[in-house]
Write a protein that binds this ligand. Structure first.
Ligand code: 5GP
Ligand code: ZN
Length: 113
């Protein structure tokens, strides 16, 4: 999608520190990390947010979770990490392309703020 920063990263038009990729998904380090390990896992295809996913996206959503596991293993944080998506502005979503945050490497508080 034109003007979507994460579509541009998926297409290689904007540089990112890619830590995992396959045909359907790509994971890269967050530009403004909130933990020692902070990666974003996205589908290559533009889906604005989780609530925009449809029945036909079920397999892709599963692949995203497996991509997150592979990302965690690559970053050597598979023993303890948090996987979260912000769905909607009030929930903290600032980029309108579905992404999961993978956070690790420090004590993660619960409940989150
Ligand atoms: P959100 O606030 O939508 O849940 O998360 C968006 C995330 O994308 C933020 O953590 C922000 O730091 C990250 N981000 C925004 N622009 C870029 C970029 O150009 N490159 C990378 N690697 N991360 C970005
Ligand atoms: Zn996009």
């Amino acid at each position: 999608m034109a003007d979507c920063i994460f579509c541009k990263i998926a297409a290689g038009e904007i540089n990112a520190r890619v830590v995992y990729e396959d045909a359907d998904t790509i994971a890269f380090l967050d530009l403004n990390p909130q933990a020692p390990a902070h990666a974003l896992i996205i589908p290559r295809r533009h889906i604005p947010r989780l609530t925009a996913a449809e029945d036909g996206d079920a397999e892709l959503l599963g692949k995203l979770q497996l991509a997150a596991v592979r990302t965690a293993k690559f970053l050597k944080v598979e023993g303890a990490f948090r996987l979260v998506t912000n769905n909607g502005k009030a929930a903290g979503q600032s980029v309108d392309h579905l992404h999961y945050h993978l956070l690790a490497g420090r004590k993660l508080l619960w409940p989150p703020g």
